[in-house]
Design a protein around this ligand. Structure first.
Ligand SMILES: NC(=O)C1=CN([C@@H]2O[C@H](COP(=O)(O)OP(=O)(O)OC[C@H]3O[C@@H](n4cnc5c(N)ncnc54)[C@H](OP(=O)(O)O)[C@@H]3O)[C@@H](O)[C@H]2O)C=CC1
Ligand SMILES: O=C(O)CCCC(=O)O
Length: 469
């Protein structure tokens, strides 16, 4: 753990497992209440000096951190693949994606503008300025061990906040390596702190401490709701990036190759373990056959295996429970009349949490995979007749994070986009996430936005100044 600029050991440790081989690749320190409190103390102490630096000085530290991550990107990618499982090429992509937040917010921190407001009194002048909210706590998941940290911490630091971070128990090694580089970049002590340990204990300490003014969480909707309730007692600002259940709609005039490519890129990123992964595919009934043929051809090219091997396109799932959940969804789909086809080249291995990619044809809306996050390489496909019908079915979900639409008729596409109750829509695009755009959901998919100029607002308070002349 990294607290107040120092490395901190604990008597208790946890094993970090490679999900492709089941080997224990490292042991991590594992703490709880005590370390969580120490981290807040350090972040609180550091806030007064860090927040008073001018934006350009903070940008200097962030740029140095960015450069060091860039120089070590291959090494960080290997660490990530070893603890998380995603293919090395994808891990490298994530490191670069993670780093793009640091680069972007280093600059955006210089554009935290205020405002002047016309006065209704001749002897008054009205101003608005923005200032950092204070200590922020980032609680992050295992599916993006680097990017979910930098997407929170980069805007926070650029705005002048200090931070306490709890990475997921399965993937602390990537977080630790990033922080080593932040240390090397000279980011002052206390500005960044990482605590690995009992999630509930750490969360409770941070929720109860009124010096923590902001919680930013990515993970399950269940834990997000707990944090939201807990944050109420000290009225903390909160950002939640929770579960999703993305529909992907293919209209009869879609470019089928583009639509199939959209399914592959949105479905199989991280073996289907992202909250923006396509969860259900709606294809116009008139093109079901040709679409399915092309989809099956594309699935055949997928190769499941250890992410460290060159040809692997789909790595293992994160753990045994993840595998169990996917199998449960498939059993349910089969019992409800789904046409299950396993495709792709699969690894014949006794070890690892590998799952072969599956198409569930003839999917019906009552199947678990059509309602709950599967978080695995399963693509249920169903048909629709009219746009009104498909939009209604797509919106029938407590989630509202990402949706995808494929059509050559952009006017029609825009109308569908406007009717979808989702925070992110890929129109003829299966990979919409970028550092400069807002990422976040409607309904139970969360609160607030990360990325772009929206992302830095989450770490700022608005101060109104009325000046009497
Ligand atoms: N939106 C997204 O990107 C993600 C969605 N999910 C969804 O959630 C499901 C379950 O995944 P899971 O990993 O269990 O997700 P969680 O929501 O449990 O984990 C996310 C983070 O929250 C922490 N956490 C867990 N419980 C608490 C608590 N009481 N207080 C504070 N922090 C807490 C975890 O710590 P620790 O690891 O130590 O338990 C981890 O750092 C997945 O199958 C998927 O459907 C999961 C991950 C990411
Ligand atoms: O919540 C997730 O699943 C991680 C974000 C993925 C992305 O940024 O595209």
């Amino acid at each position: 753990m990294y607290i107040n600029g120092n490395w901190h050991q604990t008597d208790t440790t946890i094993d970090i497992e490679n999900p492709a081989t089941n080997e224990i690749i490292a042991k991590s320190a594992y703490g709880g209440k005590k370390e969580a409190a120490m981290a807040v103390e350090a972040a609180y102490d550091a806030f007064s000096s860090w927040s008073k630096l001018v934006a350009g000085e903070r940008a200097g530290y962030l740029k140095k951190w960015y450069q060091l991550i860039d120089q070590h990107k291959e090494e960080i990618a290997k660490i990530m693949t070893s603890e998380q499982g995603k293919p090395l090429k994808e891990a490298l992509g994530e490191v670069q994606y993670a780093n793009s937040f640091i680069e972007w917010y280093a600059e955006e921190g210089k554009r935290i503008y205020g405002e002047t407001i016309p006065s209704s009194h001749p002897n008054k002048r009205l101003f608005v300025s923005k200032q950092p909210i204070g200590v922020m706590a980032a609680i992050t998941p295992w599916n993006f061990p680097a990017a979910m940290i930098t997407r929170k911490v980069a805007p926070a630091l650029a705005a002048g906040c200090t931070s306490v971070i709890k990475p997921a128990e399965q993937t602390p090694l990537t977080a630790i390596r990033l922080i080593e580089l932040a240390h090397e970049a000279g980011i002052p002590k206390g500005v960044l702190n990482v605590v690995v340990g009992d999630a509930k204990e750490i969360g409770d300490v941070w929720l109860k401490d009124d010096r923590v003014r902001k919680i930013s969480f990515t993970g399950s909707t269940e834990v997000g709701k707990l944090l939201m309730r807990g944050a109420a007692d000290t009225v903390k600002k909160i950002s939640l990036e929770l579960g999703g259940h993305a529909p992907l709609i293919v209209l009869e005039d879609a470019d089928l190759d583009q639509a199939v490519e959209g399914v592959i890129s949105s479905k199989f990123r991280n073996a289907g373990q992202t909250c923006v992964c396509t969860n259900r595919v709606y294809v116009h009934q008139s093109i079901y056959e040709p679409f399915m043929n092309k989809l099956k051809d594309a699935f055949q090219k997928l190769r499941v295996g250890d992410g460290l091997q060159d040809q692997t396109t789909i790595g293992p799932l994160i753990d045994r429970n993840a595998l169990k959940k996917v199998k449960n969804h498939l059993e349910d789909a089969s019992n409800k009349g789904g046409d299950i086809t396993y495709l792709g080249q699969s690894l014949d291995s006794e070890n690892g949490y590998f799952m072969t990619p599956v198409i569930v044809g003839n999917a019906s809306d009552d199947m678990l995979c059509m309602k709950e996050e599967t978080f695995g390489p399963v693509a249920p496909v169903t048909t629709f007749e009219t746009i009104e019908e498909v939009v209604k079915r797509a919106n029938q979900s407590p989630y509202g994070l990402a949706a995808y639409v494929f059509t050559q008729n952009i006017s029609k596409g825009i109308r569908i986009v406007e009717d979808l109750e989702y925070g992110i829509v890929g129109l003829n695009d299966g990979l919409p996430s970028v550092a400069q755009a807002p990422f976040g959901g409607f309904k139970e998919s969360g609160l607030g936005r990360e990325g772009g100029h929206y992302g830095i607002e989450e770490y700022l308070e608005v101060k109104y100044i009325s000046l009497g002349l």
